[in-house]
Design a binder for this molecule. Structure first.
Ligand code: IMP
Ligand code: MG
Length: 188
């Protein structure tokens, strides 16, 4: 789905399809270089990371296992609540492997902080790094080392490329801010 398909709902476009694809392609090249000869596994967080995961693995020139986990940070809406709960556990073995977590966005950092600890301590990964396509530094509560940084955003709620508002807009190929009227309609 393209911006034109949802033009009436969009306040502004923050990142175009081309900007997103360029960042992921550049990251794929770095991952190819950095993990040559290592035992890489890509781990995605459902559902938001699906778009980034698909693009990243398609751009990579090396092959490796992939896995997914479903996590919830309790509650829905705009704010992550802090507590992370496993909805569906990891479906690939990462013991002794070099894990790269693929994420849509790092906001407070709760999700990634928890997941990095979980994969290292419980799942015994050899190393754990992260590639979040987006970052909102103003909300950060944890000091997370982001080896592969994506784009930095202001403190605004965004949708598209995996990110949803009430489960919709995940299939938009760009990143955008919704019009306030979209939210107020929902509340009526
Ligand atoms: P964190 O645990 O606070 O870093 O939040 C991470 C999760 O919150 C992301 O994986 C998203 O699912 C969700 N999230 C954070 N900011 C946004 C946003 O602007 N739009 C949609 N979802 C978001
Ligand atoms: Mg997410």
């Amino acid at each position: 789905m393209e911006i034109e398909d949802v033009r009436d709902d969009i306040e502004k476009v923050l990142l175009t399809k081309e900007q997103i694809q360029r960042k992921i392609k550049d990251t794929a090249r770095r991952v190819d270089e950095d993990y040559g000869g290592k035992d890489l596994v890509l781990v995605g967080v459902l559902k938001g990371a699906v778009n980034v995961m698909t693009a990243l693995m398609n751009y990579m020139h090396t092959t490796c296992p992939i896995g997914f986990m479903s996590l919830s940070s309790y509650g829905e809406g705009f704010e992550s609540s802090g507590q992370v709960k496993v909805r569906s556990d990891l479906n690939v073995d990462v013991e002794g492997k070099d894990v790269l977590i693929v994420e849509d966005i790092v906001d407070s950092g709760n999700t990634l902080h928890w997941l990095m600890g979980y994969l290292s301590n419980e799942k015994k990964a050899r190393s754990v790094n992260v590639f979040p396509l987006l970052s909102k530094p103003s909300h950060r509560q944890w000091d997370i080392y982001v080896k592969y940084p994506g784009y930095e955003l202001e403190d605004e709620f965004v949708i598209g490329f995996g990110l949803d508002y009430k489960e919709c807009y995940r299939n938009l190929d760009a990143i955008a801010v919704l019009k306030p009227s979209v939210y107020s309609q929902e509340r009526m």
